[in-house]
Design a protein around this ligand. Structure first.
Ligand code: KG4
Ligand code: ZN
Length: 406
């Protein structure tokens, strides 16, 4: 079954063709990063206009690279939310019109579901290529961590039942950020320090030159759900360390210098960062990564799963990958990340998630529309599913699975 995936929830116009949910035939991403960089973040109106310009060439390119005529696809999967409404609408309406014109089945996919499927997709491809001995296993705790989201899910494969005759996967949200997403915090700190946009990859590289222990941001503690996240505190702590100090002057000098340059190499940027700035960057990244790893592994322990998946743009972060692998191994847990091209926004993950929905007959009709807010998985309610385990050594709560995975 050949599925054409279309993704346009933020600032990448993407289309891909995936066979049987597990083999990428093409994966085209037109990034708008360069356009938004001069504003230091995504400008929604510019994003939707650029999607309008790119959607048709990108879809055509995806079909051409897959060696297909568009009429040969068996179904179309589009991102229906969450995201920027104007951006989402472009891809969704285009996919809907294509499905109607070609008389092909259409499915709507949650963007977060797509990020989760990126891990399963990559693992199937790795297995086929003989790179790994076994496929990713469900149930798993999945951390989706990007510029727009930081959420933990318990993901289970489910057999069709009388209760849910067509479900293939069950997603249960265990926690989420109460303020900034982790990627958003990376981007805002990078903007404060005039490093460039998007900030995550720049901070990732610059942090290697700083001392991650130089600034102690303390532990991020949460009242209520211990699997929720909060990054605005550490972001504001960085602001207070910069404001009114020589670091602020240094950042302004960097900002002025950056406006005179189109392309800046990481070495040039590093040469314009003092040791104190590099230490602050490394310590900030260390605090965020520590928190992500700690919460994810606490969720895995509470849910009694032995797999964790990490996906979304921040899953490209080298420290997060190294720390998560190290800490999960110590806990006897397998940690899986997609390769960087599948971590960031792409349409192969949408096509792959859409394949299972097509298989399960979860088809969309003409009423399919875009949703800026579009939660995946019901919120974990503390009464029924998280119970005090009395385990004083562990995380102090336990998550029950809904049933045996298929
Ligand atoms: O998944 P994505 O492409 O788009 C959203 O759905 O948000 O993620 C983009 C985010 C940006 O905030 C970017 O700074 C962050 O992912 N990012 C990183 C790295 N690469 C991308 N953050 C930290 N380290 C990285 N290496
Ligand atoms: Zn995303």
């Amino acid at each position: 079954m050949l599925v054409l995936g279309i993704e346009s929830s933020c600032d990448e116009t993407a289309a891909a063709v995936v066979a049987n949910g597990e083999q990428i035939l093409s994966n085209v991403v037109a990034s708008q990063v360069a356009m938004h960089a001069k504003y230091g973040g995504v400008v929604p109106e510019l994003a939707s206009r650029e999607h309008l310009r790119k959607i048709e060439p990108v879809v055509n390119e995806a079909c051409a690279r897959a060696g297909l005529n568009i009429s040969q696809v068996d179904g179309i999967a589009v991102t229906e939310g969450p995201g920027l409404i104007g951006s989402l609408l472009v891809g969704l309406v285009y996919g809907k019109a294509l499905a109607h014109a070609l008389a092909k089945p259409l499915v709507g996919v949650n963007h977060l579901e797509g990020h989760i499927h990126a891990v399963l997709l990559e693992s199937k491809m790795d297995l086929q290529a003989g790179k790994v001995a076994e496929e990713a296993q469900l149930p798993a705790v999945v951390l989706v961590v990007s510029g727009g989201h930081t959420s933990l899910f318990l993901v289970e494969a489910v057999s069709p039942s009388a209760h849910s005759p067509s479900a293939a996967f069950n997603y249960r949200r265990l926690g989420q950020t109460r303020d900034d997403a982790a990627g958003e915090a990376f981007d805002k700190v990078a903007r404060l320090l005039a490093l460039g946009y998007p900030g995550g990859p720049l901070i990732d590289q610059l942090a290697r030159w700083g001392n991650a222990e130089a600034v102690d941001f303390g532990r991020i503690r949460m009242k209520g759900n211990p699997l929720d996240f909060s990054f605005s505190g550490v972001k504001t702590a960085v602001l207070y360390r910069v404001r009114g100090t020589p670091l602020a002057l240094e950042a302004e000098e960097r900002r002025a210098w950056r406006t005179t340059r189109d392309n800046v190499s990481i070495d040039e940027l590093r040469a314009r960062c003092s040791h104190a700035t590099l230490d602050l960057i490394a310590s900030f990244q260390n605090a965020v990564v520590h928190n992500l790893v700690e919460r994810t592994l606490a969720a895995a322990e509470a849910a009694h799963v032995d797999s964790v998946f990490v996906s979304g743009g921040v899953a490209c972060n080298s420290l997060l990958r190294a720390r998560m692998l190290e800490a999960s191994r110590a806990q006897g847990i397998r940690a899986l990340f997609p390769s960087p091209g599948l971590c960031t926004d792409n349409a192969a993950m949408i096509a792959s998630a859409g394949y299972y929905k097509l298989q399960a007959g979860q088809l969309a009709d003409a009423s399919l529309t875009a949703h800026a807010a579009f939660p995946l998985g019901e919120k974990q309610d503390s009464g029924s599913r998280i119970q005090d385990s009395g385990d004083k050594q562990g995380s102090g709560f336990r998550i029950q699975h809904s049933g045996k995975p298929a």
